[in-house]
Design a protein around this ligand. Structure first.
Ligand SMILES: *Cc1c(COP(=O)(O)O)cnc(C)c1O
Length: 825
């Protein structure tokens, strides 16, 4: 997915120390592909079949070959006769081969390469250096926060002859990794942002961690870091590099004289040993930003950038927002808002995201002029055209004088229009021009594209449920790390994905290779299919009147009684189908749905040689897996399932999957993982008492519609339940029980997060509004955001306040609350 220079395949083989395979000389490679889902240019991709605990790249060779990929780096034997046109390069370790290729590529260039490591701030420092140095240099940098053993080679691969500065991040999680990254990046300028606590990264102490990080600087001419930190100064001593440090102490190359944090900005005065003091103003006030700004200042001074330019650059620093946000737009459009930067690198990242999300839907890109590095506008716009074509963009709306000047270049995009300015575009804007498509809005800051996003966004009631799709993907990964190798995952997306949106969640888990989806009703499965979800779906509540929907949409029913089984068989027969996939539920103690264990022999007799249905899995559901007191009951349920499975397996004569574990069982009973687990609430970020680092997925937010002052003794809301104990300030929120904010949270039971503090609900919760007491919280204004639940107020906490469980709160958020999705999933 990352396109860099072009190499002939025989050169590639040479870089890997391999003989050129016969007949392979003609192939040209410009893309190193490591993820089959990111395939864009098959003919010129070299696929590295990486092997990980969850995924084996070799399994995707057939699919990629079918799509036109012809060049593969493999470690396992492949049936080469099946791929007559393919070239296979055989290596011991494809990841190592990828790193080797990148390292060789890096060695072709003599430009300065900045390597950034440290515990925090790597991405911000990289992006800020880019913002600051972009007027002077033609820079290549890591996309997003590509800083791992895999991300670094893909970043370095982008280096090309046009660049004269490279900036790459290096992140490590265990000893021994930095040497490999050093060999690929070979920085000439080293930056250590800071050094945080060792425990998080698999190191025994700070000194060990620091020593590992410093290995990145083996060949560096200079190392830039905080010189006040005693460990750092000590650790750097063995390195040949100059230590160009910053800090408050006088020995530092760049001495920090003072730091004055104001309301909205920070004034920093620094001084080089032989220079005059320089006064910098940065538009940030937090400690991390100040530290990152000092690192950047020191780099700029080392590079000889004039103080006046540093001052103006620092003043204009933009926040780094690496997340991409997508919103429901007008006319069923999805708007991807990336209006904070415009350069080739981030355009590539955004187009890739667009392609992944749009899944075949129409794609429109609204793009501003892109600031050029070194004057060659024609080359730049040629590259942009190539990218737009490569990612299959259907419509381009170009805004700005330069875009307009290059209009002729873009005739290859099926539909194009150009406007000289954002105003000119907005003047002719008409909502009917956008229908049922994905729209990427990408522009340099000065074009003010947020005004365009504003037009494209659907306006609604200001209570939203924000869903972080990256957190969903991360939670899936975290849970998968708890699974034994080969255990499959069924992601439960019933009840509108626990309130978070079934299709959106399903799309993320499908992308991340979950094996199955679970829904409660056939209708929910139909919705998933209509949204383009293709992985198998199990339906829990099978009903006769939904049989057509099941077979029409290839959904797999849970059969839990003989009546249901026979009726469904009849339906399959009538529909002219055979061997239809079904699931058998066994009753082991929940006493909800399921065949009795004593039914198994009769059931097996019925299933044997059955032409109409075929059992995909046999499962049961645990009644109390989260409850330690009931652990022996849980294990008894498991044994009953095993007994049932034993009978079925021996008599039906074919294998099927077995599963019983829900989220808490996954975390508490590894032996219950069997062939598959059914992951529900954990996917949405809730792990119960188990301390698994799951991320918050859903944040329920609303806004303040009015603030009023009342006197001691006055009352608030219906039935005068909320009595002011003192002269008070009351804020009214745009949320009520009709949105899913329970009446039980009224009268001080519930609290919400306002301006960094908890404020109690005062009086009764109304249908569409709720009042809170903000007497002791300064600085709150009408229109301010309020968090009902999310990271600062976990949904578990809300559940506890009213004696329920997170499941009930999450699934109770009403449909009128708009769901806003962000992250890349
Ligand atoms: C909802 C459900 C799950 C998921 O349970 P969690 O506790 O949310 O992980 C698993 N299996 C069945 C049958 C379910 O109904």
């Amino acid at each position: 997915m990352v396109a860099g220079q072009q190499y002939a395949i025989n050169e590639m083989a040479g870089l890997l120390g391999l003989q050129t395979p016969a007949g392979a000389a003609a192939g040209i490679i410009d893309t190193l592909l490591t993820d089959s889902r990111k395939l864009v240019s098959p003919a010129t991709s070299l696929f590295f079949a990486l092997e990980g605990p969850q995924r084996n790249g070799h399994l995707f060779i057939a699919e990629l070959y079918k799509k036109g990929v012809r060049h593969f780096v493999v470690a396992q034997p492949v049936d080469e006769a099946a791929y007559p046109e393919a070239v296979f390069l055989h290596v011991n370790d494809p990841l190592k081969a990828l790193q080797q290729v990148a390292a060789a590529h890096r060695n072709h260039y003599a430009m300065d390469v900045i390597g950034i490591t440290g515990s925090n701030g790597k991405t911000v420092v990289k992006e800020w250096l880019y913002q600051l140095l972009q007027p002077y240099k033609n820079i290549v940098r890591s996309p997003k926060s590509f800083n791992s053993q895999l991300g670094v080679p893909l970043s370095v691969w982008q280096m090309s002859a046009e660049n004269n500065l490279a900036i790459f991040e290096a992140g490590i999680s265990r000893p021994g990794e930095m040497e490999k990254l050093e060999a690929i990046i070979a920085p000439t300028i080293g930056i250590l942002t800071n050094i945080g606590p060792a425990h998080s990264e698999g190191f025994t102490d700070d000194a060990e961690k620091l020593a590992e990080k410093l290995k990145l600087f083996k060949q560096a001419k200079v190392i830039i870091a905080n010189g006040d930190h005693p460990l750092i100064g000590e650790g750097i001593k063995p390195y040949p590099a100059v230590f160009f440090s910053w800090g408050k102490q006088a020995h530092n190359a760049v001495q920090v004289l003072d730091i004055l944090v104001k309301e909205e900005e920070t004034v920093i005065r620094v001084k080089q040993r032989e220079g005059d003091p320089i006064e910098l103003i940065i538009p940030f006030t937090d400690q991390a930003s100040i530290e990152n700004a000092l690192t950047c200042t020191t780099v700029l001074l080392w590079l000889g950038i004039a103080p006046a330019s540093i001052i103006s650059g620092m003043k204009g620093l933009q926040p780094v927002n690496m997340r991409m946000e997508f919103k429901q737009g007008i006319n069923n459009c999805i708007v991807i808002n990336d209006s904070y930067s415009a350069d080739l690198n981030s355009l590539t990242v955004a187009l890739e995201f667009l392609q992944q999300q749009a899944r075949g839907k129409r794609k429109t890109v609204i793009l501003s002029d892109i600031p050029e590095n070194k004057g060659d506008a024609l080359q730049l716009y040629h590259t942009i055209r190539e990218l737009l074509q490569r990612y299959g963009v259907n419509r381009l709306i170009g805004i700005g004088e330069k875009m307009q000047a290059q209009a002729d270049l873009f005739t290859a995009v099926p539909e194009c229009s150009f406007y000289v300015s954002t105003d000119a575009f907005l003047e002719q804007f008409h909502s009917t021009q956008y229908l049922d498509e994905y729209i990427l809005v990408k522009g340099a800051r000065k074009f003010g594209f947020e005004r365009i996003v504003n037009q494209l966004e659907q306006k609604v009631h200001e209570t939203v449920l924000e869903i972080n799709l990256d957190a969903v993907a991360q939670n899936l990964k975290t849970i998968q790390q708890q699974l034994k190798p080969g255990v499959k995952v069924m992601a439960m997306v019933k009840a509108f994905g626990y309130g978070s949106g079934a299709a959106e969640i399903a799309n993320v888990v499908q992308f991340h290779k979950a094996d199955y989806l679970g829904v409660a009703y056939a209708d929910e499965g139909v919705e998933l299919r209509k949204a383009g979800i293709s992985i198998p779906v199990m339906v829990l509540n099978t009903e006769a009147n939904a049989f057509d929907a099941l077979t029409d949409y290839n959904l797999e029913p849970d059969l839990f009684s003989f009546e249901l089984l026979q009726a469904f068989e009849q339906h399959v027969k009538n529909a002219g189908l055979k061997h239809y996939p079904v699931h058998i539920e066994v009753e082991t103690g929940m006493n909800r749905t399921g065949f009795a264990v004593s039914d198994m022999a009769a059931l097996a007799g019925h299933l044997k040689d059955n032409e109409w249905i075929r059992v995909q899995s046999v499962f049961s559901h645990l009644a109390a897996s989260e409850d330690q007191v009931e652990d022996s009951f849980t294990l008894h349920q498991y044994e009953l399932l095993m007994e049932a499975v034993g009978v079925l397996e021996s008599m039906t004569g074919y294998p099927f999957l077995k599963h019983i574990a829900n989220t808490s069982a996954i975390l508490r009973f590894p032996q219950l993982q069997l062939d598959m687990v059914r992951l529900g609430i954990g996917l949405y970020g809730i792990s119960g008492k188990e301390r698994v680092p799951l991320q918050t997925v859903a944040t329920l937010k609303t806004t303040i519609s009015q603030i009023k002052k009342i006197k001691k003794g006055e009352t608030v809301s219906y039935n005068r339940r909320g009595v002011a104990k003192e002269d008070s300030v009351i804020a009214t929120l745009r949320i009520g029980y009709a949105d899913g904010y329970s009446r039980r949270l009224g009268n001080g039971v519930g609290k919400v997060w306002v301006n960094g503090q908890l404020a109690p609900v005062i009086g009764t919760v109304c249908m569409d509004m709720t009042m809170i007491d903000i007497t002791h919280i300064p600085g709150v204004k009408e229109g301010d955001d309020v968090i009902i639940f999310g990271a600062p107020v976990p949904v578990q906490q809300l559940a506890e306040w009213i004696g329920t469980i997170p499941y009930e709160i999450m699934t109770g958020i009403s449909q009128r609350v708009k769901r806003v999705y962000y992250g890349e999933g």
